[in-house]
Design a protein. Sequence first.
Length: 252
Amino acid sequence: MEYSINEVARMSGISTRTLRYYDEIGLLRPLKVRSNGYRIYGPNEINTLQQILFYRELELPLDDIRKVLVDDAFNREEALRSHYEKLLQKRHQIDLLLENLKQSLEEEKGRIRMKDKDKFQGFKEKKLKENEEKYGKEIREKYGDDMVEKSNAKYMGSSKEQYDRAELLSSEILEKLKTLTGTVPADSEEGKALAELHKEWLMLYWPVYDVEAHQGLGDMYVEDERFKAFYDAAVEGAAAYLRDCIYAYTKK
């Protein structure tokens, strides 16, 4: 069966303008274009559009979606299964936030009393999920599943005060990196104090402190482009400076 661009737009709920844009960037080509310029779409194009919308729902950038779809190893069945699992995770996250809101409303009415730490469960689980998606593979390879699971459990059980402290320390570390990087030696007292702050931040997540693990994390900040980009966004060279501070601190 074949469809005009207007029919596809009505069927999918996206605009004809978006469909034309997808064509322009090579994300979704029509099956054919008639002599009058009308775009025509077939079953394969409909399936591709469905995949695109699934990926968009999961907030994947268009350029990344295009790379996935043109990959020779792309498997529609596996992709659908992956979408299903990720949407289940997303539903679980939404359910947690809804339950959090429901209980908060009940507390406002004086019907229940929430523990402070319970007010952040949905948000903390979301953050863990985001970290797992971004860095999980590398962190698990470096430190092992057991270490990661214990760290996650400690984070999920943290109090509001610990959660706030972690956020404050993270901001303070970035601010000190802006001030110290390129101006103060890493093995100075200021540099070691920065690493001490970083250790305090780590211990809000890690079950136990380990010098080699701390050094390894510093190495990862430089070797992994995502970590490096995060710290270097504060000031150029911040990732390497933080690593050097950690080494100076741990060898004191």
